[in-house]
Design a protein around this ligand. Structure first.
Ligand code: AMP
Ligand code: MN
Ligand code: MN
Ligand code: MN
Length: 285
């Protein structure tokens, strides 16, 4: 049986990826992706370009975004798929969510200066493709450039995360708001890479329960951020919570990302693929 090669989570220069939307589309297509969504952080500015590039290559396209949310004091990511990218509440909600990023970045740089890493704001900016979207990833690339760390992964182990230099607590969108923006724009909300959050079992249960309560419909099961054991765990949770299952590489960069576009294993047979519920929202040429 042929299973669809869908990659419904990745990034471009519009957020913290290093390839343009067109180059991500090319790479996805070259790797055999048949249904694609570009899901830049808190931003839909790349959606027209992504759709056009996908359709020119004969790939189906779903609109996408990855919204930063604060839940139980921690950052959670909610992916939106198949929504109207011009929906006013979505557009203004994302603008508000992005809004605090520059202030946060300046505070991060001030904290890094205290541990002997000066000018990190300016340094990170060199890597930013969209001035509205300065992220920790851009700081990480700069810190590798100046030799503070060997690679971005090492940066996140030693800096920029809770309790480490350069970490600045930040309040993102509410879970209820993010799910509502997606739903009311006609899309489907998905819990991104649940295995990445440092939640207790109770907190994780609360996340899934509240997400469902707000009308969220999906969860990423097979993602570049999960281990093989987590594919199984979150397939079971998708069944338990009656959520649709999604699949996405979370690709950012050819060298940095350990999972390339379109190369993940198929979803386990016991889950329902989210694209079965999104067939009428696939954009084609
Ligand atoms: P921000 O939205 O500015 O907090 O940046 C979050 C981004 O940092 C994520 O989307 C990832 O691209 C990247 N990131 C977070 N943690 C790690 C990690 N441990 N290793 C590599 N990249 C990470
Ligand atoms: Mn990212
Ligand atoms: Mn994420
Ligand atoms: Mn992502």
């Amino acid at each position: 049986m042929h299973l669809l090669n869908a990659d419904l989570h990745c990034h471009s220069t519009i957020s913290d990826g290093t390839l343009t939307p067109e180059a991500v589309a090319q790479r996805a297509h070259a790797n055999g992706v048949e249904l694609w969504a570009l899901t830049d952080h808190d931003e839909v500015g790349g959606q027209h370009r992504a759709r056009q590039a996908a359709n020119a290559l004969g790939m189906g396209y779903l609109s996408g975004v990855e919204i930063s949310v604060t839940f139980a004091g921690k950052t959670v990511h909610i992916v939106g798929l198949g929504f109207d990218i011009d929906d006013p509440a979505m557009v203004s909600g994302l603008a508000d969510t992005r809004g605090g990023r520059e202030r946060r970045a300046r505070d991060m740089a001030a904290d890094l200066a205290r541990v002997g890493i000066p000018d990190a704001f300016e340094g990170a900016l060199k890597y930013v493709g969209n001035p509205d979207l300065i992220s920790r990833t851009h700081f990480a690339r700069y810190m590798v450039e100046i030799g503070v760390c060997a690679d971005p992964h090492d940066v996140f182990k030693r800096y920029l995360t809770e309790g480490k230099p350069g970490y600045v607590e930040h309040r993102w969108a509410n879970l209820a708001d993010a799910v509502r923006w997606i739903r009311e724009a006609g899309g489907v909300a998905v819990i991104a890479h649940p295995g990445r959050y440092d939640f207790t079992p109770n907190e994780e249960y609360a996340l899934f329960t509240e997400f469902k309560g707000h009308g969220g419909l999906g969860v990423e099961v097979v993602t570049g951020s999960h281990t093989v054991a987590e594919y199984g765990k979150y397939a079971d949770m998708a069944c338990e919570f009656d959520l649709l299952a999604s699949r996405g590489s979370d690709f950012h960069d050819p060298a940095e990302s350990h999972t390339d576009l379109g190369t993940l294993p198929d979803l386990p047979g016991r889950v329902t693929p989210i694209w079965e519920a999104l067939a009428d929202r696939v954009l084609r040429a």
